[in-house]
Write a protein that binds this ligand. Structure first.
Ligand code: SF4
Length: 418
C-alpha cells in the first residue's frame, strides 16, 4: 500500500488530493491559530468555487482510517472484523471491505455476522464512534483484545469522561443525540454506569421532558412510549429529573444543543429559583468536538457568501455532514451528494433530501449565469480526493480547460497579500 504522510497520520494515497492539500496548507500557514473562517476562493472564467475554510477528514477519522489499513497490512490471513462502519463514508467502507474487512453489525446495531462465528484468533476493530459496554463484554468473553484494536476517537471519550464526572457529582444526564447513532448508543452505555441518562433528539423531546420535570405531565405509560427505549435502565422520572446536566453527541448542530440546554435551564430556574440553579442544573458547555465546531462555523461563514448553490459532499448517514446541510440550506440552495457520480450532468443532480430522507434528482441545479458562485464543503468523514473529484466534475461543466494550479496560485497570492 502506498502511504503519504499527512499531518501526523498516514492516510492511504487514494484518499488524498494534492490540490486540496495545497489549499489547506496555504490557509493553515497564513492562519495558524485558525481565527480566519473566510472561505477559500478559486476563481475561473465561468465559475468561482468557494471552499469552506474547514472541511474533510477530522482527527478521529484520520486515526481510525490509518489504524484500519495498518491492521489489515500487519495481519495477513487473519479474519478481521469491524464492529460496524468505521466511519460514515461509503467509499472508505467499501474499500476496506474489498480488502477483506467484514462488518459485524450495521449502523443501527443489527447483527450481520453471528457472534458465534467469531473466534479468539480473529481481530475485531472498534470504530471511531466507540462501542457499548455490552459489546466490549462480548469481545472479552471471546478473549478478543478490546484495547489493541480500539479506534474510538478521543473526543468521544472526552464526552464519556464529562458524563462520568457529572454523574459522580449527582447529576442525571440529558444526552442530546440521535438514539440510533453508534456514538450515542456507546455514550449512553458508558455514562449510564455513573448516572441515569435520557436521550433527547430535538426540541419536541425537550418540551416533553419539561412536563416530567414539572411533575404535571403525562404518566408512566407515556414515559414508556416516549422515553423508555431512550433512557438508561432504572431511570425513574419522578426521582432522576431534579438535578440534570446536558451533554451531546459530538456531531450535533451546536445551535440546537444550545437551544435545548438553555430551554432546560430555564425550566429548572422556574422550578427551583436562581439561588438553587447550580445544584439543579449542571453547568456544561456543549461537548461537540473541535471538527464539528470548525466545520459548522466555516459553513456558517460560507453561507454568507451570496452563492448560487452549495454542494455538500459526504455519506448520507453522516451526522456531522447532515448538520452542515441543515445550516447551509437556510441561506442557499444546497445539494447533499455522496460523490461526483451524483453530478449527473450540467442539468441534473442526484442528491439526498434530508427532510424526505431519500435520494432525489433535481433538474436545473446550475443556474444560467455569466459566472456562477458555487460553494463547496464536506463532512468530517469525506476524503479530500472525493472532494477534488467533485470539483473537477463541476469544472468540466463550467470551465472545461480550467487551470486549477493557476487558481490555487491566485489564492496563495491573495492569502499572503502579495
Ligand atoms: S467528528 Fe469529532 S468526535 Fe467524531 S471522529 Fe471526528 S474528531 Fe472525533
Amino acid at each position: 500500500m502506498n502511504f503519504v504522510v499527512m499531518k501526523h497520520f498516514e492516510i492511504p494515497f487514494q484518499y488524498q488530493s494534492l490540490h486540496i492539500n495545497r489549499i489547506k496548507r496555504i490557509r493553515e500557514n497564513a492562519d495558524k491559530r485558525k481565527q480566519d473562517l473566510s472561505p477559500s476562493l478559486l476563481t475561473f472564467e465561468h465559475a468561482d468555487l468557494i471552499l469552506a475554510r474547514h472541511f474533510g477528514f477530522c482527527f478521529g477519522v484520520q486515526n481510525a482510517v490509518e489504524r484500519a489499513y495498518h491492521i489489515l497490512e500487519d495481519n495477513p490471513g487473519k479474519n478481521i472484523y469491524l464492529l460496524s462502519e468505521i466511519i460514515h463514508n461509503p467509499e472508505v467502507n467499501k474499500d476496506l471491505q474489498s480488502k477483506g474487512l467484514k462488518f459485524i453489525q450495521n449502523t443501527k446495531g443489527e447483527q450481520l455476522i453471528a457472534w458465534d462465528s467469531i473466534t479468539p484468533n480473529d481481530i475485531v476493530i472498534i470504530p471511531a464512534f466507540g462501542t457499548t459496554n455490552d459489546i466490549e463484554a462480548i469481545l472479552r468473553q471471546k478473549q478478543l483484545s478490546v484495547e489493541n484494536f480500539d479506534t474510538t476517537c478521543p473526543f468521544v471519550e472526552r464526552v464519556w469522561n464529562k458524563g462520568e464526572k457529572l454523574g459522580k457529582e449527582g447529576y442525571s444526564i440529558v444526552l442530546h443525540g440521535n438514539p440510533e447513532h453508534e456514538e450515542t448508543r456507546a455514550t449512553m452505555s458508558k455514562i449510564s454506569e455513573f448516572a441515569p441518562v435520557v436521550i433527547v433528539t430535538n426540541h419536541t423531546d425537550a418540551d416533553m421532558l419539561r412536563e416530567y420535570i414539572n411533575g404535571n405531565g403525562p404518566d408512566e405509560r407515556d414515559w414508556n412510549v416516549f422515553f423508555k427505549s431512550r433512557a438508561s435502565k432504572g431511570f425513574n422520572f419522578r426521582k432522576h429529573l431534579n438535578r440534570i446536566a446536558v451533554v451531546n453527541q459530538t456531531t450535533m448542530l451546536a445551535e440546537e444543543t444550545e437551544k435545548i440546554s438553555n430551554f432546560l435551564k430555564d425550566v429548572m430556574l422556574a422550578k427551583y429559583g436562581s439561588e438553587n440553579i447550580e445544584y439543579h442544573f449542571g453547568s456544561t458547555r456543549d461537548t461537540l468536538c473541535y471538527a464539528t465546531n470548525d466545520n459548522q462555523q466555516a459553513s456558517a461563514e460560507l453561507a454568507k457568501q451570496q452563492l448560487d448553490l452549495v454542494i455538500v459532499v459526504g455519506g448520507h448517514n453522516s451526522s456531522n455532514t447532515t448538520h452542515l446541510v441543515e445550516l447551509l440550506k437556510k441561506e442557499t440552495p444546497t445539494y447533499f451528494i455522496s460523490s461526483e457520480m451524483d453530478l449527473l450532468n450540467e442539468k441534473s443532480i442526484r442528491h439526498f433530501d434530508i427532510e424526505e430522507g431519500k435520494v432525489i434528482e433535481t433538474y436545473g441545479y446550475l443556474p444560467k449565469r455569466e459566472k456562477l458562485r458555487i460553494g463547496l464543503t464536506s463532512g468530517a468523514s469525506c476524503p479530500d480526493a472525493l472532494m477534488e473529484r467533485v470539483m473537477l466534475k463541476l469544472l468540466s461543466f463550467t470551465d472545461e480547460f480550467a487551470d486549477i494550479d493557476a487558481a490555487i496560485d491566485r489564492l496563495e497570492e491573495q492569502t499572503n497579500g502579495l
